[in-house]
Design a protein around this ligand. Sequence first.
Ligand SMILES: [Zn+2]
Length: 452
Amino acid sequence: MARYGLDEREWQALEDEVLDLFTALLRVDTTNGNETEAARVVQGYLAENGVESELDGEVPERKSLVARLDGARPGRALTMMGHLDVVPADAAEWSVPPFGGVVKDGYVWGVGAVDMKNQVAAEAVAVARLARSGAPFAGTLKYAATADEEIGEFCGVQWLCEHRPDALRADYCINEGMGGLWLPVDGKKVFLLAVGEKAFAQFLIRTRGRGGHGSVPEKERSAVIDLARAVTALGLADPPAIVSGTTATFIDALVPDATLRTRLKDPATARAAGAELRRLDPVVAGLVEPLFGATFTPTVLSAGKAVNVIPTRAEACIDCRILPEMERDDVREFVAEVLDPLGIEWEFEWVDVTTPNASPPATPLTGSIERVLRRDVPDAVLAPMTSGSFTDSRWVREAFPDMVAYGFAPYVAESFHAMDGGRDHEPDERILVEDVTYQALFFERLVKDLLA
Ligand SMILES: [Zn+2]
């Protein structure tokens, strides 16, 4: 029986090769660090396949691996990258040891199974297979298994961009994101393709008031009461909707109902239509609604130390995320529009601001992804989208403005709904053996197609 164009024996050999490397990586605990040990696992595997690599970075236990494979003829360059670190896991919440690299019930289990040692392993296997078959492509394939994505202490991709730009610079880049997950829509499989990401525009609001003894209430100028009003107003406010071209195309791909689609794409009706979509399909609404503009989520509140003392100041942190189409000044303006009518005095301070970033959605890389995927999944449709979370793609987009970077690793068997909207950063993180095996095959074929 043929599977994705391979006969049973070829598929089994590929599966064994992927699982060997993947489970070895899962067994190295890289909770926010210790990436060098995992990078050495990849280095050993690549060396066995005749591919030289280097470990680079200033922190000895937090190095990244970089490698390159030159094709038979000159041509363009593609970088395939992925991070080796993972987020902390509580073993008590898991049904298997989180760093056991367990293969069971058709799945591979472990922290990093989908975020993203799967892709690190699949890309490495693609590199090895291409090297073994004589690098049958034009141009250059670069590979990077990097440190420090989850906390961002400047020793991973950001460091490489600054100190080893040649290791990453290319025409195209494939990385993580939400890309590769699929949803069934109208009898088709709609695959997400992450072409951009929202950014942090986190800020704090500070109010000041008269202090005093708690036994004598202060209602005119209370820092706490004023802050509570500000938090309520901001937390419940919906900024005017924006519907970018990418978002409109994304809605077209994901929403089968034509009238609902029209209202979602009209900024005047988008918010109300989003609420309707939430009742119909919360998973799709969770992807679409954050794309209508900035989001404002009050998180950390602080004021006062003693119950009987009226504090003179109070602060609230707001986790705000903005779209690639927005500037941080838009956020300040909107905050003023919401808070000024309250008649309170307030101060504004940025907490953490990153740059929203995106690559154009229609490029030769999109064409290659679509061609390769459709050969194996004939009813596949690509839906370019802006992802709500950030990845290392922002560093390469910033360092190399002409480089097209997408998040994509296809899950051909298990759907986004079956995965409950993704499994990253959750207990029992796992991936189907079939999906991670296919990912290796996909990356190999993608290189041959794109660098033809
Ligand atoms: Zn990740």
